[in-house]
Design a protein around this ligand. Structure first.
Ligand code: ARG
Length: 574
């Protein structure tokens, strides 16, 4: 992308001596008020070396660079050189950038293929994959796409919760009240029933807790019977999770979850001991983090079994040794803030300087208008059911809008749009905010929603179909385009939004905030729709038509690339 700041800096560098190009570029400002130009250069700093009053310096520079093609006009106001970029020049570089990059428009290479880990989704085995899991799953997937677009080599990890005392409870419950057939038919629902029943029964029979603990201890020791049951639960659960991942179009490079680290723990317990960080507290081993205001972290229980946090420490070191990550990103709910603060601190105290490269990306709660969920009490809303319902509801809407559409067409579009709607809604809010899942909002075709944006994309496609292959080919090649046809307010505004897109992607990556991309996609879609309403695109004037069709092509490309960063498809027809 033509970088105007850089080009301007080059022009100014020819006029002033003693300043580095980079320094000049740093000094160039983007005025708050567009009446002061698109760019401004303050001359205060130059007064000393040039031994002239700043306004005089500004005047000299303004006069010297005014003729450059990229400017519409250049003015000196007090100590500033105010520069107005020519609309035509601006639209031209934007269009050239979009057309040459195509599907890669929006991508950069600041990551230089350095390894970055994004850990996301990470549900617990044998527990429902419920609506709450949508957050880590979808935010994480989008961060993966954004970091990939920034040129990083991203490793996607699903840190499955496939270990821990709850498996003792599950196996215990299965042995008391379980039935193989039921588990095979409906694994998660059945296992959840067992788990729920365990919590009811244990109220009356506290000895069940001891039994469950013993079972887990056996599992940790690798006793075949326990391992076999655990493996079975894990396999069945993964099948169910995979169905949801397939619907969402999400995949992982590694499913190394908690159990993967079960045999790697002694090394860390010893290391903590050797480094003098472990303390005994009522038979358990803890790291005292009180001096840092982080309480105490339980590393091993009195029976010697390890914990969630111990496995996280082991996993982080394993990842550093295996992938040598530049950054290790955890997309996990804000309820676990303390957990992450604790073990990041422990890594630091162990002397791992790369602990600073571990980042917890928290997010708020999603709730349902119908009320809260509780796994223990069996009140859950399965993510798969939500996605299926979204597809079904979308089918109804599509059928209504296109009464003649074939069943096949309705099915396909409803999948892209229905699931896309859920993803888009999820990524619309600032991630840290709690939000309430609301069907009407999700599937509204007119609001700032997924369907609205996808519909805009389909509208672009429809304009291109009407324009015909010849015109589209000319537009794509940007053959003899006269950019004056794209200087109307709505065309120029749209071009400005397209120009910003790559910077928006970087900003979203730096802030770990996919909603920045989502909002910009909405802006681009609205910008396109304004252009579409204000302008006669397929005019009889051939030159004008080609130019305008080129802008439609560019908008379509940018919207599509934006949606891809959220993990969404862009239908050609809707
Ligand atoms: N399985 C955990 C849960 O469902 C989330 C795991 C988060 N990742 C981690 N490395 N601790 O709450």
């Amino acid at each position: 992308m033509l970088n105007f700041k850089e080009e301007i800096a080059k022009l100014i560098a020819q006029q002033v001596e003693g300043l580095e190009l980079a320094e000049i570029q740093e000094m160039i400002e983007i005025p708050q008020d567009s009446k002061m130009g698109d760019y401004a250069f303050p001359c205060f700093k130059l007064a000393k070396t040039l031994r002239k009053a700043p306004p005089l310096i500004a005047k000299g520079i303004a006069e010297a660079i005014a003729e450059a093609e990229m400017f519409e006009k250049v003015e000196q106001v007090n100590a500033y050189v105010n520069m107005f970029i020519s609309k035509e020049a601006f639209v031209k570089v934007t269009m050239e950038e979009v057309m040459t990059k195509g599907d890669d428009f929006g991508k950069t290479n600041i990551g230089e293929n350095k390894p970055v880990i994004v850990e996301y989704s990470s549900p617990n085995i044998a527990k429902p994959f419920h609506i709450g899991h949508i957050r880590s799953t979808v935010i994480g997937n989008s961060l993966y796409k954004i970091y990939d677009a920034m040129g990083y080599d991203v490793i996607r990890i699903n840190h499955l919760g496939d270990y821990g005392t709850q498996f003792g409870k599950m196996i215990c419950a299965y042995r008391h009240w379980g039935n193989k057939e039921d588990v095979i038919n409906e694994p998660i629902k059945t296992l959840l029933e067992y788990y729920t029943k365990f919590h009811v029964e244990v109220e009356e029979h506290p000895e069940l807790d001891d039994e469950a603990r013993e079972i887990f201890a056996k599992l940790e020791k690798g006793e075949p019977e326990e391992v076999e049951l655990w493996q079975w639960f894990r396999d069945e659960s993964l099948k169910e999770f995979s169905r949801v991942y397939d619907m969402l179009g999400i995949s992982f490079d590694s499913y190394a979850g908690e159990s993967f680290y079960s045999d790697k723990m002694p090394r860390f317990v010893n290391e903590l001991k050797e480094k003098g960080l472990l303390e005994e507290s009522r038979g358990a081993q803890i790291v005292d983090l009180e001096p840092y205001g982080l309480g105490a972290a339980l590393i091993t229980k009195s029976d010697g079994s390890t914990l969630y946090i111990t496995r996280d420490i082991a996993a982080a070191v394993y990842r550093k040794e295996t992938y040598n990550f530049e950054k290790n990103i955890y997309v996990v709910a804000s309820q676990q803030n303390l957990h992450f603060q604790q073990w990041f601190k422990i890594l630091e105290l162990m002397g791992y300087e790369w602990s600073k490269d571990c980042v917890h990306i928290p997010f708020g709660l999603v709730s349902l208008a119908e009320g809260t969920m509780s796994t223990r009490h069996g009140r859950v809303v399965f993510l798969e059911d939500v996605l299926n319902k979204a597809v079904e509801k979308t089918k109804e809407i599509i059928r209504e809008k296109n009464p003649d559409a074939t069943e096949e067409y309705v099915d396909e579009v409803a999948k892209t749009v229905g699931i896309g709607a859920v993803i888009f809604q999820e990524l619309s809010n600032n991630r840290i905010k709690d939000y309430v899942f609301n069907w009407d909002k999700v599937l509204n075709f007119d609001g700032e929603t997924g369907p609205y944006v996808q519909y805009t994309h389909a509208r672009c496609a429809s304009v291109l179909r009407k324009a015909g292959d010849d015109v589209v080919a000319k537009a794509k090649a940007l053959e003899n385009i006269d950019y004056k046809h794209l200087t109307s307010e709505s065309a120029y505004d749209l071009a400005k939004m397209l120009y910003k897109f790559p910077a928006v992607v970087l900003d979203a990556g730096e802030k770990y905030e996919p909603s920045i991309v989502t909002r910009h996609i909405v802006d681009m879609a609205q910008g396109f729709n304004r252009f579409y309403h204000d302008e006669h695109i397929l005019t009889d004037n051939e030159d004008e038509k080609v130019a305008k069709v080129a802008l439609v092509l560019a908008a379509k490309e940018a919207i599509k690339n934006g949606l891809a960063l959220l993990g969404m498809g862009a239908p050609e027809r809707m």
